[in-house]
Design a protein around this ligand. Structure first.
Ligand code: NAD
Length: 340
């Protein structure tokens, strides 16, 4: 069965908007559903600007079954990509019930309504945060799981639910994608990451220091057992990541069951290397100071990517220079994000 009409939950968010662009430009029919708890409808207008196409969206809380059913009363979907959820690690430690509530309930509600409509194709946004720090990088999909915060635990619980769902009914086709560290923006500079408040992720933090919205970056630890002492991560361009979802949707057409893939580049880049690359690419200095190590930070974390290449035919194409170029382009064109 060909998948053509796709429900994109969380479609107004950072990754959702980039995925919508790729889906629309590849001929998919897209409906976005978002409650705009961490995004704005302006992001959807920007997707329309990039693609020159009208984007259908409905303000929907994925935890509200009546609202989700209303979407399926209006449209016949072939599959869903589930981006909707809360994603800030620190916030999840402070507000665990909000994280377990929203992330689990939205997934369960979506799957219940997908089942009611006999639409059993779903791609889910998981995270490298599920892996245990006892693993040796590169992390492969069979490595130990032991997240160290509630956010990561919501992802493990959802992965378990999805495996159980497939075990109960083999008609389900499920793609679990474990993202490493998405960065960058669409090369148009029209969409990008727009964190509310102080950014939780490194790249938007660097970009906001570079543009003068934040005074200084703190690098947590320079005494790790890594080449320059700072932590090493697998940064992946958000456009590559978005394309990974198209590869996953195509694979679901072969009825593969429930599958899990890392979505990363397979290359580690240190925090200090990223700062240097940003200075080089933007021509702007990024003042930073060294702070003590942060509890829970793994020294080195990057993906094994062979499984995604072999089974999905997908690999990352864009490098560090493009990640920096596109982040800076987005930041300079939208110094305060989607707000004017
Ligand atoms: N950005 C990352 O670093 C990263 C890394 C690994 C995994 N992920 C996962 O990818 C997904 C997308 O992340 P993102 O960076 O685009 O985040 P984002 O916050 O920009 O997008 C998520 C979107 O979901 C919406 N949303 C949240 N709860 C909802 C609900 N109950 N009903 C409807 N909409 C709801 C938000 O308004 C937002 O537009 C998330 O599930 C996140 O956990 C992100």
């Amino acid at each position: 069965m060909k998948i053509r009409k796709v429900l994109v939950t969380g479609g107004a968010g950072y990754i959702g908007t980039h995925c919508c662009v790729e889906l629309l430009q590849s001929g998919y029919d897209v409906v976005c559903a978002d409650n705009f708890s961490n995004s704005s409808a302006i992001a959807i207008e920007r997707v329309e600007q990039i693609t020159g196409m009208k984007v259908t969206y409905r303000e929907t809380d994925l935890c509200d079954k009546a609202e989700v059913r209303a979407l399926f009363d209006e449209y016949v979907f072939d599959g869903a990509i589930h981006f909707a959820g809360h994603k800030a690690v620190g916030e999840s430690i402070e507000q665990p019930l909000r994280y377990y509530g929203n992330n689990l309930l939205s997934l369960i509600t979506l799957c219940e309504v997908l089942a009611e409509n006999r639409c059993k194709n779903v791609v889910f946004s998981s995270s490298a945060a599920v892996y245990s720090s006892i693993n040796k990088p590169p992390y492969d999909e069979e490595d130990s799981i032991d997240p160290c915060n509630p956010y990561g635990r919501t992802k493990v619980m959802i992965e378990t639910i999805l495996h159980d769902l497939h075990a109960s009914d083999p008609d389900w086709n499920i793609s679990i994608l474990r993202y490493f560290n998405p960065v960058g923006a669409h090369p148009s500079g029209l969409i990008g990451e727009d964190p509310s408040g102080t950014p939780n992720n490194l790249m938007p933090y660097i970009a906001q220091v570079a543009i003068g919205r934040l005074a200084e970056l703190k690098v947590f630890g320079d005494d790790y057992d890594t080449p320059d002492g700072s932590c090493v991560r697998d940064f992946i361009h958000v456009v590559d990541l978005a394309k990974g979802h198209l590869a996953a949707l195509r694979k679901l057409e072969d009825r593969p069951g429930c599958m899990t893939h890392n979505i990363g580049t397979g290359h580690g880049i240190s925090v200090l290397e990223l700062i240097e690359a940003f200075k080089r690419g933007s021509g702007v200095s990024v003042p930073y100071s060294i702070a003590p190590r942060r509890a829970g930070d793994m020294p080195v974390n990057f993906a094994a990517t062979d499984k995604a290449l072999k089974e999905l035919g997908w690999k990352a194409e864009l490098g560090l220079d493009e990640m920096v170029r596109d982040t800076w382009n987005w930041q300079t064109k939208n110094p305060t994000g989607y707000q004017d």
